[in-house]
Design a protein around this ligand. Structure first.
Ligand code: UD1
Length: 344
């Protein structure tokens, strides 16, 4: 396989930036990133360069602007796309559904239309375990029925998968993989890049590390009355670099024509359910810091418990997780300290 050029949308974002690092470690791939820095910083590119020693070509564009987006395909010969760019705050999507429908759907419509126009036939889509809704049976595998979602964010991921499936049905030569992430957390082992939200984050782990670093006064545990072992929600936390490596494997799989169907779905989770209180305990253990937190009300849009059976990704892609919850918390904390020290 000659060197392939991969367009990464949302490449300055959390999972996008870690995936670019993994792609650049593989000599088969050139990377182009498109990002509008809605919730990310161009500094991510400098950090990628510092970690890998490589420069990538970048575009600053909003993918909802089809004309601008078209330039990337006109100016470059793209072999595959990894599509991360999207809004992702579950709670906000319940408050502002149209913001989510507009951005997450319009950008994907544009991407698929441009792939069709420029004959790009390999796409990897960032999906989410939230597509499963409030599941009754755990762990969740790819055959678990898709229920009504708890949030508009999750529904945009269901619709996105349906769109890909429809395009795959229409074009036998078009190939797509949807990767359903559970809860990506942690940071690159170098501690030089990690989750980098511009405003106060919504996700648990950056809120834990930010509270411990003194950026936020106190963490609120959102609901202590769920029907779980300690009353708090259960999630399958998975290290971002493990998620990133799955993208490279999925891309290899597509480009080497190993896929059995032209639309395939894989769960990416560690397989372990961890409650919010257990996550806090893991953080306190690895950081040696006591976290200031209080119990609070439930958050709209949250499911009670979800964790993955990722056997399919293991069997088809040869993917497995390297990091456990302690490593996730340790790398997240080291990144928080690096960020604070460098004024990021
Ligand atoms: C959801 C998706 C995940 C997606 C992510 C994008 C599910 C099951 N997972 O994650 O696939 O990648 O959105 O944002 O839908 N919490 C607190 N206090 C806080 C913040 C969060 O207790 O201040 C709790 C939440 O109630 C939840 C857990 O921490 O139980 C994780 O929340 P969060 O990090 O926001 O991720 P999800 O919403 O679970």
């Amino acid at each position: 396989m000659g060197k392939k050029t991969i367009l990464v949308t949302g490449g300055a974002g959390y999972i996008g930036s870690h995936t670019i690092i993994e792609l650049l470690a593989n000599d088969n791939y050139n990377v182009i990133s498109a990002d509008c820095f809605y919730n990310s910083s161009p500094k991510a590119y400098a950090q990628i360069n510092e970690i890998t020693g490589k420069q990538i070509k970048t575009y600053t564009i909003d993918l909802c602007d089809e004309k601008e987006f078209d330039k990337i395909f006109t100016e470059n010969k793209i072999d595959g796309v990894i599509h991360f760019a999207a809004f992702k705050a579950v709670g906000e999507s319940v408050e502002l559904p149209l913001k989510y429908y507009h951005n997450n759907i319009a950008s994907l419509v544009n991407l698929l239309a441009l792939c069709e126009k420029h004959k790009v036939t390999n796409v990897i889509f960032s999906s989410s375990c939230s597509v499963y809704g409030n599941v009754q049976t755990l762990p969740v595998n790819e055959n678990t029925p898709i229920l009504k979602t708890e949030s508009s964010y999750a529904y945009t991921k269901q619709i996105g998968e349906q769109m890909l499936q429809d395009v795959c049905r229409q074009h036998a030569t078009f190939n797509a993989i949807s990767l359903r992430y559970f809860n990506p957390v942690g940071a690159h082992v170098s501690a030089k890049i990690g989750e980098w939200p511009l405003n106060k984050p919504n996700n648990l782990v950056p809120l834990i590390t930010g509270t411990a670093a003194g950026k936020y006064p106190q963490l609120t545990v959102l609901g202590g009355d769920y029907p779980t072992r300690d009353g708090t929600c259960i999630r399958d936390y998975i290290h971002v670099s493990d998620i990133a490596s799955a993208h490279v494997l999925a891309l290899d799989y597509l480009l080497q024509h190993k896929n059995k169907n032209n639309f395939e779905v894989f769960n990416l989770g560690s397989g372990t359910g961890v409650s919010v209180l257990e996550a806090i305990t893991a953080f306190e253990k690895v950081s040696g810091k006591k976290l200031n937190y209080k119990m609070g009300e439930r958050r709209a849009g949250d499911v009670v418990a979800v964790y993955s059976d990722s056997t399919k990704a293991y069997n088809a892609l040869g993917w497995k997780c390297i990091h456990d919850i302690d490593s996730m918390m340790k790398t997240a904390w080291e990144w928080e300290l690096y960020r604070t020290k460098n004024n990021f």
